[in-house]
Design a protein. Structure first.
Length: 216
């Protein structure tokens, strides 16, 4: 049966977090479609993975017999994360926008799993694996908006997930999530609500489509 790797990175819990809410809708639909499947779950906000260190980085370019004890320990932690990614038939990532970029905890996870010669390079070990990213944001950074030039989440994730890892990437983008909480954005609440509905519906549809495709 299919295996889903689910990564959450929002610092906010449950319904307070748009990325978590939409990812939960995806996961619920996935589990309904794949009741006997496996979900590997990592909440990197609640349980951060180690930020990449010199030992963890250089160990990836050294043979096992030449690694120092420190390199071996650090690299073992990376390998665990890499193996989770390689086991996945599909990947779900909650990636809220913080200060125009992704959370540092999600960046740490990416730094660990991107390994040249294995997951990245000419023949990435995870090439073609579908990945759905819930890229929530408090405002709108869509083409044509005043802050279009501040969109560094999708651009960055396209470069690393598609470009480096060769994953089959799709985005679900709930936007204007600050509208209900910021009086200055009150007139945008209807647009926020419409965006949230589209995101929740899109997550459910995409989960079912992926589960059906993998089961075929």
């Amino acid at each position: 049966m299919a295996t889903l790797l689910h990564i959450d990175s929002s610092v906010f819990p449950g319904e307070v977090s748009s990325s978590r809410s939409v990812a939960d809708a995806f996961r619920k639909a996935w589990e309904e479609q794949c009741p006997e499947g496996t979900v590997i779950y990592r909440d990197v906000a609640a349980h951060p993975v180690p930020h990449i260190t010199a030992d963890a980085h250089t160990a990836g370019f050294a043979s096992p017999s030449e690694r120092t004890p420190e390199q071996s320990v650090a690299f073992a932690a990376r390998v665990k994360l890499i193996e989770e990614l390689e086991r996945a038939d599909a990947v779900l990532i909650g990636a809220p926008m913080y200060n125009y970029s992704i959370p540092s905890t999600l960046k740490a996870w990416l730094d660990n799993v991107i390994l040249l010669g294995r997951t990245a390079g000419e023949t990435p070990s995870v090439q073609g694996t579908p990945v759905v990213v819930v890229a929530s944001r408090g405002g709108s950074y869509a083409p044509g908006t005043p802050r279009e030039g501040y969109e560094f989440v999708q651009n960055y994730l396209e470069a690393v997930l598609e470009g480096a890892l060769g994953l089959d990437l799709e985005f679900i983008v709930p936007e204007l999530t600050m509208a209900p909480r910021n009086p200055a954005m009150s007139e945008l609440v209807p647009l926020y609500e419409a965006s949230r509905r589209r995101a929740l519906e899109g997550a459910t549809i995409k989960a079912k489509e992926l589960a059906e495709r993998l089961a075929a």
